[in-house]
Design a protein around this ligand. Structure first.
Ligand code: PFF
Length: 470
């Protein structure tokens, strides 16, 4: 192993900005609003928030503490803690899952990141002026089906990510987030204010904060005879749990790696609550920015993944100052995506840096290019692009990677992380590492020992059941 001096954040503030930057991403601004839209609004939001604070926040503490104690990449940190606790070396598989998972996720996250950059330009050049719903859908499909345009934006997005990661923790990550995170909050605030004035704010508040529990526990299917049948289903609840994990950047090694750059004087409990609160606040603000526009223009809230790229441009094309608002919106999305993608490239880079004598710049470039190349397969699997006919278990390449990471690797890694910290690391080591007030520690310990593994285990069993029963 190369003897590298492990880097550290220059301050607690820098760490918090970077961790919030990792958490706040496409998951908050692109995924959360459309999942809330499909899950019936308020009830989804409520359950989501319960999961964030009851399961996600204790898991943030667990991952940060493992990284900080190990002071290395997720793989070597897990190996080190397991060794010190006299546990099997196999626990380092959690680290492996994180590093490999982060590599897979960045390979498609950067594709969608590229779309956001392309949409900044489309919006700024007035491409959405008076666009109809059909034309907006056509614009999106034509773009994702274009082999040259999608690669140009994907490469541009990856190049920015590599550039920041190559410059290291203090020179790259910190510098980028101290500039980008305030910009992100400012853009979001401008958009919320604009939507509040120009959009249908009342309908939005009602939609986001007035829970319809029916939608949460029942889903409707149309039977062969054309009747609508209502049946009990936990799909939306589990969706909210999965989304809370993804949104907090859990189980992919990112938070563990950011934890490894921490010194012992930082309070992990307080930091985790802050990160989770900021992440949820941004998700809700994204809802407050998007839904007033969707309602005011009579658009469909349950549109799914197309909400941001196909539905919103219709409104931008009609509203006063639409070019400015649309451009700001996609710039916001791009900034959020970049501060997350750097945290996804970080786990593989930190591992390879430990394994070899290569400079950080070379490692960042190599890993970034490799992930970028694997990402081309995802980019080309969209629309009618070159690999759109390729199916893996019935899924496109991009969806298959998403399924493998989000539905299999992340729940498994999450469950084993909770089990490891709750049952295989001694209580005393955890108390020393966290230095929490006694009662807070007891609450955290209970959540991480019992609640998190069971909840995450249930998601996993449900996913496997769904796969088996088709
Ligand atoms: N939390 C990011 C988002 O909400 O978009 C995505 C993400 C980043 C997930 C880093 C996992 C991760 F390790």
């Amino acid at each position: 192993m190369a003897a590298t001096q492990h880097a550290h954040w220059s301050s607690r503030w820098a760490f918090l900005l970077a961790a919030v930057g990792s958490a706040v991403g496409l998951g908050n601004i692109w995924k959360f609003p459309y999942e809330a839209g499909q899950g019936g609004g308020g009830a989804f939001v409520l359950v989501y928030l319960v999961f964030v604070f009851l399961i996600g926040t204790p898991m943030l503490v667990a991952e940060l503490s493992l990284g900080r104690r190990g002071q290395m990449s997720p793989i070597n940190s897990m190996a080190k803690v397991a060794r010190e606790e006299k546990r099997s070396a196999l626990w380092s598989l959690i680290g492996w899952s994180g590093v490999v998972g982060a590599f897979i996720v960045i390979s498609f996250y950067s594709v969608v990141g590229g779309w956001t950059l392309a949409y900044v330009i489309k919006s700024a050049t007035g491409e959405f002026n008076n666009i109809t719903a059909a034309a907006s859908a056509d614009t999106f499909v034509a773009y994702i089906s274009d082999p040259v345009k999608t690669i140009v934006s994907h490469v541009a997005f990856m190049a920015i990510t590599i550039f920041i990661v190559a410059k290291g923790v203090q020179g790259g990550l910190e510098k980028a987030v101290t500039f980008l995170m305030p910009a992100l909050f400012a853009l979001l605030l401008i958009l919320v204010i604009y939507s509040g004035i120009a959009g249908d704010f009342k309908a939005t508040i009602n939609f986001l904060f007035n829970p319809d529990f029916d939608k949460l526990f029942y889903s409707e299917t149309v039977s062969a005879t054309g009747e609508t049948v209502r049946h009990f289903s936990l799909d939306t609840v589990l969706q909210a749990l999965g989304q809370s994990f993804f949104s907090l950047s859990l189980a992919l090694g990112s938070i563990m790696t950011y934890g490894s750059y921490l010194t012992r004087d930082v309070n992990l409990g307080k930091s985790a609550v802050l990160i989770a609160s900021a992440d949820s606040a941004v998700a809700l603000m994204a809802g407050l920015a998007i839904f007033p526009i969707v309602f005011a223009y009579g658009l469909d809230v349950g549109q799914g993944g197309g909400l941001v790229f196909m539905t919103l441009p219709i409104a931008f094309g009609q509203m006063p100052f639409g070019i400015v608002v649309g451009t700001l919106f996609f710039a916001l999305l791009a900034v959020a995506a970049i501060t997350s993608s750097i945290s996804l490239l970080e786990p593989p880079v930190s591992y390879i840096e430990e394994k070899t004598n290569m400079s950080r710049r070379k490692v960042a470039l190599t890993m970034g290019i490799l992930a970028g190349l694997v990402g081309v397969l995802s980019a080309y699997s969209q629309g009618t692009n070159m690999l759109s006919d390729v199916r893996i278990f019935g899924l496109s390449i991009m969806d298959a990677k998403d399924f493998l990471t989000n539905n299999i690797m992340m729940p498994l890694a999450g469950m084993f992380t909770a089990l490891f910290v709750g049952w295989f690391v001694s209580r005393k080591s955890m108390m020393d590492e966290l230095a929490l007030e006694d009662r807070t520690f007891r609450v955290w310990y209970f959540l991480v020992r019992f609640v998190s593994p069971v909840a995450v285990g249930v998601i996993f069993v449900k996913i496997i059941f769904d796969v088996i029963t088709g």
